[in-house]
Design a protein. Sequence first.
Length: 449
Amino acid sequence: MPVPVPTDIMVRPRVPEAPLRLLPPRGLLNASAALLRSFNGDKMTLDAHADQFFASAEEGAFGLELKRYDYLKSHRLAGRGGWGQKVRHPHDQLFCRQVLYGTVRYEKFLDAFVDGLFEVHKGKLHRKEKYETRIVSYLALLRADELGFGALASLINAHPSSVNFGVPFLEFLFDTSELRTGEVGKKWKQTYDAAWVENVLGGVDLYRDDGELLLKKFKQQVEGFGGEVSSSDDSGDDDGARQRSASRHDDEMGDDSRVRDDGGRNLAKESRQTKKEKSTKKILTATVPEPFALRPSRPRPALPDEPPVAKFKANPVPVGTNRRGPTVDEIAVERQKQKNKETVTEKYADPSLVFKLIASERPSNLDRVIAQVDKERMEALEKVKAELVPIGKPVPNSNQPGFVSKNGPVKTNAAFILRADSVLQKHREKEVAAIENFESGLRDRYSLG
């Protein structure tokens, strides 16, 4: 018995998948630019990013759409209808993957070329189209041999700016002499081998003739030659506009509306071309300047007459400011200056007040000051000497050489001299021991006894 389906959930019928169709050049370029623009090397690898970008929508239970790697609803809603779902053919996905790998691998090589292109043609190109420009530069410089010049020309023409981009791009690309010697070539040779750079530029030179023909065709389209002029009435113009709008819509939406027969022919496109040939014809025309059909402006009313403005008449200059010579204030200032000068001269007329420049000629009290200072120092020394306590007994006067007592000279002999020397030697040894004990114990042992 089948499981009943809840009635409060809307169940959508399963829609069969559309047949796989190859994208046109513009669709391939837009898909590759979207893939490159959304890549962030800090978050995931190249393969993981490409797998997430081309992840197909899968039908889940009760018709809910589930998409791999998209765990948020906002991510799933943003991914619906994007280029990741439009690129369904394996060949288109392989092309986009190779473009992603190549642009990331040769990032410095392509940045130098694209920066030089924008620097030379800064007034003709838009930097918001840098991803498309980088992809076309990668294909033209490194993959032209694999694509062929016909496919490369289609991708160049599929650029958002079309021929307005193709003309400066081809001029800059095939100017290989400037690329070899200019700033672009110097930046290339700083990172890559000179032989490899020369090999790349040699590959560009092989397609110089085809590039010049394509450049000439683009210039004709830019200058107005080879345009289509309609010969039908207003209704025919409206039909042609609708046909051009439908063709542009097919290119942008990935050629979903084209119908092919068993032989691979595009029936819808051939039918539109047949109708278009009946109502239009191609002629070569040149731009002819024609004056604008402007309607003459209405006459403006005349300006009203304004009364003349009376001129300003200033008062005459006062008489007091027109006379010659100093003013009263200036005279008073000069008188005061002279009076001050006389006062200073009278003040310093005394010779004693005259300042002498030589120091020896000036009065000095240096001797008196020196004597006073010496006196004060000697008094301080005597005061300190009186406060000192004697360490040992002073030497008696009788021991001094040449001493003569009141009773006359003392008669000595050899034994007396040796005894006195022995006493003196013992006294010296005692003092030396006391000093050594004081130094070792930092105290005087006799002061305690």
